[in-house]
Design a protein around this ligand. Structure first.
Ligand SMILES: NC(=O)c1ccc[n+]([C@@H]2O[C@H](COP(=O)([O-])OP(=O)(O)OC[C@H]3O[C@@H](n4cnc5c(N)ncnc54)[C@H](O)[C@@H]3O)[C@@H](O)[C@H]2O)c1
Length: 320
């Protein structure tokens, strides 16, 4: 049985990924500060370690084949709450994790970078060959962390995945990502508010993203080290809102003033050439989200919005 070390395993994408890895008979060691809560998954093949990645030096050597590195301050506004903390977690801790993985003789690191490293791009096909012009600090930390990891590609296989905005259900929900947030507004507030709306954003379903991480584990020796876009539907925010409004029969309010100009389309041809096939889409995510929001009595809390919750953590804990 192969062992995978997953950092940030209690997070939105981590929880869905861990379920898939366990189903595929991997043993999982998860490391997380558990800022947004513990793992909801109980399984004899899952080891939960509560640890801040900045203190990875405290961890004894373990045996694992692959690291999937998800633990980051994971969006633009959260990163801006405390820049020093963000660089330390997103870059310095990534460097320390790389050295730890090398000292444990791991064979591969898969890094959750971000499709937003490209910044604003007019090109119809944003491929990995285009220059990176990250416009937020979050995007800059991702770009630098990729370089740090790739500097050791002669010693360990490095696969940097650049996911589009993720959508769909997870045991730890985020309602601060576009499709999830707009669907939440439609169902709970009966009104969708769109800021700008013409910005084009690529999307990826959370189940497909987990399948991509698995695909890279299974094909690690066949796929060269490098960066891979992972997004399939390039849609304007307004087009996403219209899809949701049609399904929920709610109204859309467009606000002309907005402070998030990021706009880009991802081309995932390089990923598709490695043999990966997309299975889920934005419509699937909207349908499952509507059903879940209508049927479940889950309470939505500030924990479902990263920046709101992190603000509280940083304010009440001097360590951050
Ligand atoms: N969700 C998206 O749309 C999206 C898109 C592109 C890239 N990504 C990237 O994917 C990764 C996972 O995103 P997510 O949506 O699951 O985010 P998330 O915030 O739900 O999960 C991140 C997890 O990492 C943990 N964590 C943060 N700092 C840590 C530290 N110093 N030590 C240990 N654990 C720490 C948090 O407690 C959390 O459980 C992130 O790196 C993010 O930047 C996400």
């Amino acid at each position: 049985m192969k062992t995978i070390l997953v950092t940030g395993h209690c997070g939105y994408t981590g929880q869905e990924l861990v379920k898939l890895l366990l189903k595929e008979n991997y043993k999982v060691i998860g490391i997380d500060t558990m800022w947004y809560g513990k793992s909801k998954i109980k399984d004899k093949n899952l080891v939960n370690i509560k640890l801040d990645l900045r203190e990875i030096g405290k961890l004894k050597k373990m045996k694992f084949d692959t690291v999937i590195h998800l633990a980051n301050i994971a969006n633009d506004p959260s990163v801006e709450l405390n820049e020093t903390l963000s660089w330390n977690v997103n870059v310095l801790a990534t460097f320390n994790l790389l050295n730890y993985a090398l000292s444990c003789n791991a064979k591969q690191i898969i890094f959750a970078s971000s499709g937003s490293v490209y910044g604003i791009k007019k090109e119809k096909k944003v491929t990995e060959k285009l220059s990176l012009l990250p416009i937020s600090i979050y995007n800059k930390t991702k770009m630098v962390a990729e370089s740090v990891l790739l500097s050791k590609k002669n010693k360990i296989k490095i696969h940097c995945i650049r996911p589009a905005t993720v959508c769909g259900l997870s045991d730890r929900m985020r309602y601060d990502v576009s499709v999830n947030m707009l669907t939440y507004q439609a169902v709970k507030k009966k009104k969708i508010t769109v800021f700008g709306g013409t910005q084009i954003r690529p999307n990826i379903h959370i189940k497909d993203l987990s399948r991509i991480y698995l695909h890279f584990i299974k094909n690690k020796s066949k796929i060269d080290s490098g960066c891979f876009n992972a997004g399939f539907e390039n849609l304007s925010i307004k087009a996403i809102a219209e899809k949701i409004a049609k399904k929920t029969k709610c109204k859309i309010v467009i606000k002309k003033n907005y402070n998030d100009p990021r706009s880009y389309r991802l081309s995932s041809e390089k990923l598709l050439k490695t043999g990966f096939e997309q299975k889920y889409n934005v419509d699937f995510a909207i349908d499952e989200l509507i059903k879940n929001l209508l049927e479940s009595n889950i309470k939505i809390s500030p924990k479902n919005f990263n920046v709101k919750w992190l603000k509280k953590i940083i304010k009440h804990n001097r360590k951050y």
